[in-house]
Design a protein around this ligand. Structure first.
Ligand SMILES: *Cc1c(COP(=O)(O)O)cnc(C)c1O
Length: 373
């Protein structure tokens, strides 16, 4: 069978290494995973109760329009129901947006070291990926992205993806830069601006503004939200898109009718109700980040301050070697060589004792692997 060059060369998204696999491969009984930016608190007790309560209806197909969930989101986030779409994680939404709005040979534009899902989905759809360099402080350069768009009118750039805060860097773009970007590119009818706001609940940068708060002023601004991070539901798979009606009309035409399963729907309604859990998740994350800042400073390892629930730090060594060394100690972190950081690891904030275990293991590792001079 003939397969396109894009598919032949496609490097699939590399997920965090599972705990079970690490236990098996290294004969360990105690393993901590700080690799996938999951919420360390486990699901909200309200989510668990809602799921248990819905188990006896699982022989039925789920509600294809997610009526109750969409109304709950509308109420909690103050967005009209007609501007809310749902997906099997934001990953599915990214995939569908590219398939809907790009033809093979068209392009998407994003930043270097942006969340890699955009690239994987684009390549699978035979869509080109154009990137603009990060600034030296690893924040995205929105001005350069807008400049790139205007300088390349024949590149057929249909979608611009802005993950804010970004993963794996943890950096965010300030409100002034965002607004300037929107003044230049907002309300155009030849390009959609997709703000991927998976981590906004964790942001402490006082300059930050979420596009979710004012996207309605623009006809071409889309916002992606996820239930995988602060809502603690990564395993249930739920992403949300806030978008103008005409975008959602196409989106709902193309998506699988039952893309969001029933347990995810009831769970998300419960998660949206549990504001204490959200507050606790943020507190645990911020405390953990401050602990990492202190300890990485003590260990003399450079890092970037994070507006997410994870931190990117420089091991000053080959990060793949460090990653394997830490696996043997029962700590799963995330190498990010595929993003252009061969010496860096990304570490998710865990519970306090998990964070301490991770730092302990890193300290031992530093003594075992010589620094690159
Ligand atoms: C984790 C993450 C998501 C969430 O993806 P899901 O498919 O909803 O689990 C989206 N965008 C970014 C930048 C992320 O880091």
């Amino acid at each position: 069978m003939k397969v396109s060059a894009e598919i032949l060369n496609l490097i699939p998204y590399k997920t965090g290494k599972p705990i079970s696999e690490t236990k098996r491969e290294y004969g360990l009984t105690e393993v901590y995973k700080l690799a996938s930016n999951e919420n360390p608190l486990g699901p909200s007790p309200k989510v668990i109760a809602a799921i248990k309560n819905a188990l006896d209806q699982q022989h039925l197909y789920p509600d294809p329009v997610c009526h109750d969930l969409v109304h709950k989101i509308s109420e909690k986030w103050n967005v009209p129901t007609t501007q809310i779409g749902v997906g099997n994680g934001s990953n599915e939404i990214i995939d569908l947006l590219i398939r809907i709005f790009c033809e093979p040979g068209d392009a998407i534009l994003t930043s270097q070291a942006a969340f890699v899902a955009y690239q994987v989905c684009a390549q699978a759809a035979r869509v080109k990926v154009r990137t603009v360099d990060l600034k030296p402080d690893l924040t995205m350069d929105l001005k350069a992205i807008a400049d790139h768009f205007f300088r390349n009118p024949t590149a057929k750039i249909r979608l611009i993806f802005i993950p804010n805060p970004n993963n794996p860097t943890g950096t965010s773009v300030g409100g002034a830069e965002l607004e300037e970007f929107l003044v230049r590119l907002g309300n155009r009818d030849d390009v959609l601006l997709v703000f991927d706001e998976a981590y906004t609940e964790y942001v402490r940068n006082p300059e930050f503004k979420a596009a979710a708060q004012f996207y309605q002023k623009y006809s071409n601004v889309l916002v992606l939200k996820t239930f995988s991070k602060v809502y603690g539901m990564a395993g249930l798979r739920l992403g949300v898109i806030l978008a103008p009606e005409y975008v959602l009309e196409f989106y709902n035409r193309v998506r699988n009718p039952f893309n969001v399963n029933d347990l995810a729907q009831v769970a998300a309604i419960a998660a949206l109700e549990d504001e204490d859990y959200i507050a606790e998740s943020r507190k645990v994350t911020w405390t953990g980040l401050d602990y990492f800042y202190k300890e990485l400073t003590r260990l003399n390892l450079p890092f970037f301050k994070s507006d997410g629930n994870f931190i990117l730090f420089d091991t000053k060594r080959n990060a793949q070697t460090c990653f394997v060394n830490l696996l043997k100690k029962g700590i799963i972190l995330r190498p990010v060589g595929n993003y252009g950081f061969p010496n860096y690891l990304r570490m998710t904030v865990g519970k306090a004792f998990e964070n301490e275990k991770a730092i302990e293991a890193i300290e031992k590792m530093l003594a075992e692997i010589p620094e690159i001079s």
